[in-house]
Design a protein around this ligand. Structure first.
Ligand SMILES: C/C=C/C(=O)SCCNC(=O)CCNC(=O)[C@H](O)C(C)(C)COP(=O)(O)OP(=O)(O)OC[C@H]1O[C@@H](n2cnc3c(N)ncnc32)[C@H](O)[C@@H]1OP(=O)(O)O
Length: 257
């Protein structure tokens, strides 16, 4: 159904992998397909958590540089806006998205990974925003998300030098949450997704929304949203099940309602 993405759904988890040899670069078409894929995943009640990875030795080596040759400044601004909108959708997605970074994760690839909710990497992954090497700047949210994740100084250093860092260094500076050997990375990402998928999809959505609101609109808006959504959680069937299961000393069976 998609030319640039493989999708595998199993046990409430969808593993989606970019499959665009040689480097899984994000072309206009790849991003258009990603938007359609997000529609599918959002509407599929059987999918509770998502893992994003890359086929072959790359995660995503960035936007497709071959598409840059004909762009006017106005075209480039439009390209940035539409990519930003798509990655904002990833970041505010109502289901958890875990990036399993298996190889080069550069430019738009790192911008995509930073819009995911959780990042895991292999030690040999290469992460960076090397756009200045090409005479441009990051355009899919990288100048905003990288400083929030690793601090302004380190982000400025990475962007201005275009330096790439490995998985272990990414872990040390807080750009990824964990590092696993390459041959275990996908299994570990699926394991994490499976743990998360045991929760109610309703409360996952509320928690993701509260976190996102605080991170994008600031702590005052975030704390207000948290109270509102805390209240909403008390109107669900799943709170009855969760509290009853605790009191009855058993595992909850959430109905996602
Ligand atoms: C708004 C967003 C903006 C952006 O994202 S701008 C793009 C930012 N990304 C980059 O600047 C990364 C560019 N790529 C590289 O630096 C290197 O590549 C790598 C470090 C990723 C890998 O290096 P190595 O292992 O030596 O492989 P290889 O021979 O350079 O690449 C294999 C094939 O992949 C193509 N390729 C790599 N990255 C891109 C890309 N971003 N867009 C289009 N093609 C790309 C190459 O050209 C080549 O292709 P062929 O085998 O036909 O010569």
């Amino acid at each position: 159904m998609y030319s640039h993405w493989n999708v595998h759904k199993e046990d409430r988890i969808a593993v989606v992998s970019v499959n665009r040899p040689p480097a899984n670069a994000l072309s206009h078409e790849t991003l258009k397909e990603l938007a359609a894929l997000l529609d599918e995943l959002e509407n599929d009640a059987l999918v509770k958590a998502i893992v994003v990875t890359g086929e072959g030795r790359f995660f995503i080596a960035g936007a497709d540089i071959k598409e840059f040759t004909e762009l006017s400044p106005a075209d480039a601004e439009e390209m940035a806006r539409s990519g930003q909108k798509l990655f904002d959708r990833l970041e505010s997605f109502p289901k958890p998205i875990i990036a399993a970074i298996n190889g080069a994760c550069l430019g738009g690839g790192l911008e995509l990974a930073m819009a995911c909710h959780i990042r895991l990497a292999a030690p040999e992954a290469k992460l960076g925003l090397p756009e200045l090497n090409l005479g441009l700047i990051p355009g899919y949210g990288g100048t905003q998300r990288l400083p929030r994740l690793v601090g302004r100084g380190k982000a400025t250093q990475m962007i201005l030098t275009s330096e790439m860092i490995g998985g272990e260094e990414a872990l040390r500076i807080g750009l990824v949450e964990a590092v696993y050997p390459l041959d275990e990375l996908l299994a570990k990402a699926k394991e994490l997704a499976a743990v998360i998928a045991q929760k109610s999809s309703v409360t996952m959505k509320l928690a993701l929304n509260a976190i996102h609101t605080g991170m994008t609109d600031g702590p005052v808006a975030g704390i207000e949203q948290e109270a509102k959504l805390f209240g909403q959680a008390f109107g669900t069937e799943d709170i009855k099940e969760g509290v009853a299961a605790f009191l009855e000393k058993r595992k909850p069976q959430f109905a996602d309602r």
